[in-house]
Design a protein. Structure first.
Length: 284
């Protein structure tokens, strides 16, 4: 049986080993498409093969990396997971620290969302059925887009221009900051509150799914529970799914086919998107 420990014990990069085991015959890839003018403003699109429809639902996936690292190519395993379920899957790079700090780190996710909304039909995706999914810092970025209307507003969009948002092991209520690096990324104590999704809850957010691993020692589960409680207090839409035996890395690598097991992580995300992909709020 393939395990996470198997990858950790190899001489090669664990993610490269993992991706070497990912099937590639179920999708085609369009790589290094620019959504902006700087080097890290590029994205990859994974298009499912053999689909009857030319207007497929879309996943826009934001990886984690503590707001300071990450490469879109490393997330082939996540793209394959969603493409295998019939989603056109988009994985963008975005500028990270030290090139940008908060709030500038929010710009590229918003730009990528605008590009996908505008252009995904050219790649077989349905611009009216776009979901955002993210892990760790990526979950923080997409949740800020979902809850704080300012960032999508800067690109002439609103949170409800997208069908739903899925956060995997995300930091949503993580003050006070302890590390020097995080203090550099998020600025002075007087303004750090602006980086916290929980501080912008008003109950008007679109459908939001928060998945949490109870053995997560990197992003504490209270981030998920506190945000969900605040949204519920404001009569907003939120669902929480717990994974008792999952740690922080499990909450993304369990999407990968070799590590998927009973597929519960992927199944929960897919089921949420299936429930919401055709729902339209005509009053807003």
């Amino acid at each position: 049986m393939v395990t996470i420990a198997t990858f950790a014990s190899t001489a090669c990069s664990p993610v490269k080993v993992l991706n070497s085991l990912i099937p590639s015959n179920g999708h085609t890839v369009k790589s290094d498409i620019s959504y902006g003018s700087v080097a890290r403003q590029q994205l990859d699109i994974y298009i499912p093969k053999h689909q009857a429809s030319n207007k497929l639902p879309v996943v826009l996936f934001f990886y984690g990396g503590s707001w300071e690292s990450g490469e879109k190519e490393d997330y082939l395993f996540a793209a394959e997971a969603f493409a295998s379920r019939g989603y056109v899957t988009v994985i963008p790079n975005y500028r990270v620290y030290p090139e940008v700090k908060f709030p500038e780190v929010m710009q590229d996710p918003a730009y990528a969302a605008r590009w996908v909304k505008t252009h995904i039909a050219e790649y077989g995706g349905d611009p009216d059925q776009i979901f955002m999914v993210g892990h760790s810092a990526g979950a923080h970025l997409l949740t800020m887009l979902a809850i704080n209307t300012h960032y999508l507003g800067q690109v002439a969009l609103t949170p409800k221009d997208f069908r739903g948002y899925v956060g995997l092991a995300g930091p949503y209520d993580f003050l006070p900051l302890k590390s020097t690096r995080l203090k550099e990324i998020f600025g002075s104590e007087e303004t750090q509150w602006k980086s916290q999704p929980i501080r912008f809850v008003d109950g008007k957010n679109p459908a939001l799914l928060l998945l949490v691993g109870l053995k997560d020692g990197v992003v504490w589960p209270h981030n998920t529970y506190n945000l969900a409680a605040e949204i519920k207090q404001h009569q907003g839409m939120v669902e929480v799914v717990e994974f008792p035996d999952y740690g922080h890395i499990d909450m993304v690598v369990k999407l990968a086919k070799p590590l998927r097991g009973n597929s519960r992580l992927l199944d929960e995300v897919d089921a949420f998107m299936q429930r919401h992909k055709l729902s339209v709020n005509l009053t807003n």
